[in-house]
Structures are given as structure tokens and as C-alpha cells.
Ligand binder design. Structure first.
Ligand SMILES: Nc1ncnc2c1ncn2[C@@H]1O[C@H](COP(=O)(O)OP(=O)(O)OP(=O)(O)O)[C@@H](O)[C@H]1O
Ligand SMILES: [Mg+2]
Length: 505
């Protein structure tokens, strides 16, 4: 546990950051004590990442002061920040995919031996020693491209620790993780702070936050609303969400009932490869079908084959009894399937284009939606897009804003908005609310219910068990690429899902 006597090791005071048309931070102060875990929470677009990018030297503040080691800085360069012991682990992948973990940790600062050759032995020893010290369990000889997303995240953390950091910033480190791996990160944070290194931890998983936080600072619209000292596991989450949003919000969402009709969408004898299990199931009109299972169980692979994102070995899909021709993602869309993929930043957006263009891109390729042919005028659809922006609470100065300049969570909302505009009949959501704040989550769940009410059906893959339980009408548990069992009504609960997914008991 950190001690708050004496002075903080880092202090930011009166920080202001303006972007064209956006006041991202207004007169914000934030400090860090030695060895503490200081969590930063707030709605999408509140300014969390911007504040940390100023500390890591990626952004220049409009005004304000950063104090480190008793010295005041008006701004930091990335190099200065590193030299002062500040390391940031971003969500985006900056590792070299073809190199192994050890090579990645030392890339650009290799240990050399006589003759200028890389001293791989020495590097290996250092990496193993660090892993041992902080309890990190990965295979450092594995190449990055063959590692799971969570192991890659551990490599990034190793790399930061190797630089002898004093303050380690983690911006949503677990947003792509399953529960088990997220637990590993939390234990790692404890080990890091126990060694006297301070951690600034940004997350939308508030349950995680109260497990590791020494202090929690809530920011809203670029200002600090509250800092809670000695924030513990018994802290009331509704207090935090109220600060985040500015009014009380429900942490848990209960789905409204919706009438469920006949089978609308069917998957028959789907096989991904010759030797993989054969999968068949149907989804009813108005139904939300949850696909649950451990990460790596094959849920994502199944839905990717269904929508045409990946090829399949055999099997067919039917919509309202009509066999669909699906050989590509384009076919899937034309057949009426909207597939919101897991990795939204990489697969879902044209980051250099505007919010308006990104929202229209799929919908306007549908022949039924473009009366004016390929020469459509984006602005003609501004009103419709504006409605979607309001519904999903997308925080943006205008529809013309380039998506790259939106906050992480708001970028994800644009992907959701794009598929709402496209108006398909079968919606496949893969981890729909990762990185999305509590308030926007509740809004998005309402949208899902509205989609089912309008006579569509939804297939939802999610590792968020509360989400799976409150939103699904029926759950299929996927194991080893096949459907292990089906759960309905009371059987849709945490214990049963975990038991079936793991195959224990
Ligand atoms: N490079 C930029 N250009 C213009 N505006 C920006 C830029 N970076 C951030 N912003 C704006 O600053 C505000 C704060 O964004 P920031 O990324 O800090 O939010 P966040 O709290 O990290 O949100 P999230 O939870 O969605 O990641 C947002 O309104 C965002 O659109
Ligand atoms: Mg962010």
C-alpha cells in the first residue's frame, strides 16, 4: 500500500488541452505517489487517454505544469518522459510480430558482446529474471504473432518494466482479455506496486478497478470530479458511476421482454475444416442468442465463418427458409447479415475518414438504400446519422470529425452506428461493449432490444458474463469449436455457464 505522506513523485497542475473544436481537458490536476495504483475512470471521451498522452510526451498541453523530481515542465517530449521513468502501455499493438518476446523487449537497445554481436544469453537471463520477479508467465521465445492477445500485452508490460520505469501507465490493459487473463494483470499490478513502482490504471471494468485501486480519480468532460483515497473492494460502484455520468445510472441492465417468433436464421452442418465439429442451430425472430465459452473455444471463428469473414469447409446458412450464398464478407452483408467484429479498430473503420462517411459506408453500398446511385451525397444522410450519434452518445464536435481523433470508446460506437445504419436482419455482435463506458452500455443494450423488437435476430458472442446473462434469451456454450450444450431460462447463470464452458463438475 502506498503512503500518502510527503510529496507525490509526479504532479500535473492546471492542465488544459484544446484540440480544434474540442476542449479535452480543462484545468485538470492529477498526482501520483510512489508505489500506488491510481485508477482513472470516466465516460468515453472524458479525457483519460489525453491526460496520459500528455504525461508520456505524446501530446503537448495547451497550458499547465508537470512536476517531476521537484522540477517543473511546461511539456514533456516522449524521450524526456521515458528518461524520467514514465512508461505507457497502449492498447494498440506496437510489437514486432515476427520477433519473439525477448527480441521485442530489447529492440533498439540490444545487449551486445565482444564484436558487436547481440548477447542473446544475457538478454534471455534478464527477461527470465524480470518474469520471475513480477510473476509473469509467458514463453518469451515464442514469436509475437503466435501469442494470444493477452500474452502480447504481458510482453509490452515486460518491455516497460525493463526500462526501469517509476510510473507505469496502463490504458485499458484488459479490454481484450478473458476473465482469467484479466485476473493475471490485476495480480501483476499488485506485484509491480509492491516493488515501489507506481501504476496509473485506466479501465471501464469498474469491478476490476476497485480490486486494485489505492486511489480512484473520476473525470468528466475534462475535469476531475472526485478523487477517492483508500478506495477498496467494498466501495459502492454506483457512487463512481454517478460521478462519471453526472446522475445515477444502473450498473446492471435488465433486458426488456420482446416477443419471440419462429426460426428466422439457420446454420446447418457448418464445418470450418474437414475435421472440425459440425455445427447446426437456429435463431428466432426477436431473439438474442448468446454464444458463450472460454476464449479460444472457437466462438469467434464460428461467427466469422457464418458471416463470410472467413472461409468454411462446408455447411449452409438460411434466412427465412432461403438458402444464402455466402463466400465473402460482402456476400454476408448482401444476404442481410451485419457482423460487428471483435477487433474493431483494425477491421471496422477507415480512421482517416469522417464519422459521417464511416457511418454510411456499409449502408450506402446496399442497392436498396441508394436511390441516387453511387454518386450519393453524404450530407443528405446527416439527419439520420445525427440520430445514431445521439442514440449512442457519440462524443464528437461534428459529423465531419475524422474518426482517428475520436476517443477509443467513441470509435467503437461509430462501428456500432455503422451497422445500425446498414439495417440488416441478422446482427452478429462479437464482444459488443468492450471499452464502452457504463452509460453508453445501457444505451447500446436498449438499441439491441429495439433491433429485436423490429423483427431482427441477434447472435452475441461475449466474455462479459453479466452481459451474456442479462441480454440472452438462450445461450449456446461453445467448446472445442462445437456446440457443447444449450441453456435456457434459469440455467442461464454464471455457475452453469462457467461449468459447461470449462467442462468441469
Ligand atoms: N488528436 C485529437 N484530435 C482532436 N480531438 C481529440 C484528439 N484526441 C482526443 N480528442 C478528443 O478529446 C476528448 C478526450 O478524448 P480521450 O481519448 O482522452 O478520451 P478517453 O477518456 O480516453 O475516452 P475512452 O474511454 O473512449 O478511451 C474527446 O472528445 C476526443 O474526441
Ligand atoms: Mg481512451
Amino acid at each position: 500500500m502506498a503512503s500518502y505522506n510527503g510529496t507525490p513523485i509526479m504532479e500535473m497542475r492546471g492542465i488544459v488541452k484544446e484540440f480544434p473544436g474540442v476542449l479535452a481537458l480543462s484545468n485538470l490536476s492529477f498526482d501520483v505517489y510512489k508505489g500506488e495504483c491510481h485508477c482513472l475512470v470516466g465516460e468515453n471521451g472524458a479525457g483519460k487517454s489525453t491526460l496520459m498522452k500528455i504525461l508520456s510526451g505524446a501530446y503537448t498541453p495547451t497550458s499547465g505544469t508537470i512536476t517531476l523530481d521537484g522540477k517543473d515542465y511546461k511539456q514533456l517530449t516522449p524521450m524526456q518522459s521515458k528518461n524520467l521513468g514514465i512508461e505507457i502501455v497502449y492498447q494498440e499493438n506496437d510489437l514486432v510480430p515476427t520477433m519473439n518476446a525477448i527480441e521485442n523487449v530489447f529492440v533498439g537497445k540490444e545487449i551486445t558482446k565482444f564484436g558487436g554481436f547481440v548477447d542473446f544469453e544475457a538478454e534471455r537471463e534478464k527477461v527470465y529474471a524480470l518474469m520471475e520477479r513480477y510473476g509473469i508467465e509467458i514463453d518469451p521465445l515464442q514469436t509475437i504473432e503466435h501469442m494470444s492477445v493477452s500474452d502480447q500485452q504481458f510482453v509490452k508490460i515486460l518491455k516497460a518494466l525493463m526500462n526501469e520505469s517509476r510510473i507505469l501507465i496502463m490504458d485499458e490493459p484488459t479490454s481484450m482479455f478473458n476473465v482469467e487473463d484479466a485476473g493475471k494483470v490485476l495480480r501483476l499490478v499488485e506485484n509491480i506496486t509492491a516493488a515501489g513502482i507506481s501504476v496509473v490504471y485506466i479501465s471501464h471494468f469498474l469491478k476490476e478497478v476497485i480490486q486494485i485501486a489505492d486511489r480512484i480519480t473520476v473525470i468528466r468532460d475534462g475535469s476531475v470530479i472526485n478523487t477517492y483515497d483508500n478506495a477498496g473492494r467494498d466501495m459502492d460502484l454506483t457512487v463512481i458511476t454517478r460521478d462519471m455520468v453526472g446522475r445515477p445510472v444502473e450498473v446492471f441492465y435488465q433486458k426488456d421482454k420482446c416477443e419471440i417468433g419462429d426460426i428466422m436464421f439457420e446454420v446447418k452442418d457448418l464445418k470450418l475444416t474437414r475435421d472440425s465439429p459440425s455445427v447446426s442451430f437456429g435463431v428466432r425472430r426477436g431473439e438474442i442468442l448468446g454464444l458463450s465459452g472460454m476464449v479460444g473455444s472457437g466462438r469467434t471463428e464460428l461467427v466469422r465463418a457464418i458471416s463470410g469473414a472467413d472461409p468454411r469447409h462446408s455447411g449452409d446458412m438460411y434466412l427465412n427458409g432461403k438458402k444464402l450464398t455466402i463466400r465473402s464478407p460482402r456476400d454476408g452483408i448482401d444476404a442481410g447479415i451485419a457482423h460487428i467484429t471483435e477487433d474493431r479498430q483494425r477491421l471496422g473503420l477507415n480512421l482517416g475518414a469522417s464519422l459521417l462517411e464511416n457511418t454510411l459506408i456499409v449502408g450506402l453500398q446496399q442497392k436498396d438504400k441508394i436511390p441516387d446511385g453511387p454518386l450519393y451525397n453524404c450530407n443528405a444522410y446527416a439527419d439520420q446519422v445525427e440520430k445514431i450519434v445521439d442514440k449512442l452518445h457519440i462524443k464528437t464536435p461534428s459529423l465531419q470529425q475524422v474518426v482517428l481523433n475520436l476517443s477509443g470508446g467513441n470509435q467503437q460506437k461509430v462501428v456500432l452506428g455503422k451497422w445500425l445504419f446498414a439495417e440488416r436482419s441478422v446482427y452478429i455482435f462479437d464482444e459488443p461493449t468492450r471499452g464502452i463506458d457504463v452509460n453508453a452500455k445501457a444505451e447500446f443494450y436498449k438499441e439491441m432490444t429495439a433491433l429485436t423488437r423490429a423483427g431482427n435476430c441477434i447472435i452475441m458472442v461475449s466474455s462479459d458474463l453479466p452481459e451474456m446473462i442479462s441480454m440472452s434469451d438462450r445461450v449456446l456454450v461453445v467448446r472445442d469449436g462445437g456446440i457443447h450444450c444449450e441453456l435456457a431460462s434459469e440455467d442461464i447463470n454464471e455457475q452453469t455457464i462457467i461449468k459447461e464452458a470449462l467442462g468441469v463438475g
